[in-house]
Design a protein around this ligand. Structure first.
Ligand SMILES: [Fe+2]
Ligand SMILES: [Fe+2]
Length: 212
């Protein structure tokens, strides 16, 4: 085995967290769909698919490293929210929490001089920065909209969410690029696609979409 059982156990736990995040985002997506807020709903459906992609990426790593995948029990997600802001705040807290968990995995791998795992986890660190930042943006948008959530929904349709520009290319990311972002084909990537999509490929893809 290319890594220790301790690391495999911690990654198996993380697989549970990723699936749990997936369920939570589906619950929020359904909540916004029921509130007739299609853009917000679509955003969370997309987030759910991304979390599934994360879980599959970890599953593939455990298999590649010669470990055994043990998926833990997943708690039921929260389905009722007093206000839309509560749902988005819960999502931001969840992303911050997941970031701490990934940091914990890196710390564990470092303690064991497990460079393969450290290298594997780099993608997740970059991903978390993006996810926390975009969820923080969404919270600001929802707060600004106040009780008129249609405004937030329209804003998402017009401007999109992932922040206003790509720091590498300084190109604006359009709402169109969001809607067709690679999250859908990222979903099944871990097992169906030979080579996982890197953050930079992801950015290149979005850039290409932007230029269309
Ligand atoms: Fe995740
Ligand atoms: Fe996430």
């Amino acid at each position: 085995m290319l890594t220790s059982q301790k690391v495999i156990d911690a990654i198996n736990e993380q697989i549970g967290y990723e699936f749990s995040a997936e369920l939570q985002y589906y619950a929020i997506a359904a909540h916004f769909a029921a509130e007739a807020l299609p853009q917000l709903s679509q955003h969370f459906f997309q987030q759910a698919e991304e979390e599934k992609g994360h879980a599959l990426r970890f599953i593939k790593y455990v298999v590649d490293a010669g470990g055994r995948v043990v998926i833990p029990a997943i708690d039921a997600p929260k389905s009722k929210f007093k206000t839309p802001k509560d749902a988005v705040k819960l999502s931001l807290d969840q992303e911050i929490h997941v970031t701490q968990q990934i940091n914990g995995l890196v710390a564990l791998a470092r303690k064991q001089d497990d460079y393969i795992t450290i290298n594997f986890l780099q993608w997740f660190l970059t991903e978390q920065l993006e996810e926390v930042s975009s969820m923080d943006n969404l919270l600001k948008i929802v707060e600004r909209a106040g009780t008129d959530l249609l405004q937030a929904d329209e804003y998402l349709a017009r401007v999109g969410l992932r922040s206003s520009f790509d720091s590498r290319t300084s190109q604006r990311i359009t709402p169109g690029s969001l809607r067709t972002s690679p999250s859908h084909w990222r979903t099944g990537l871990a097992f169906n696609v030979q080579r996982p999509i890197s953050n930079s490929e992801d950015r290149t893809h979005r850039k290409r979409l932007t230029m269309r």
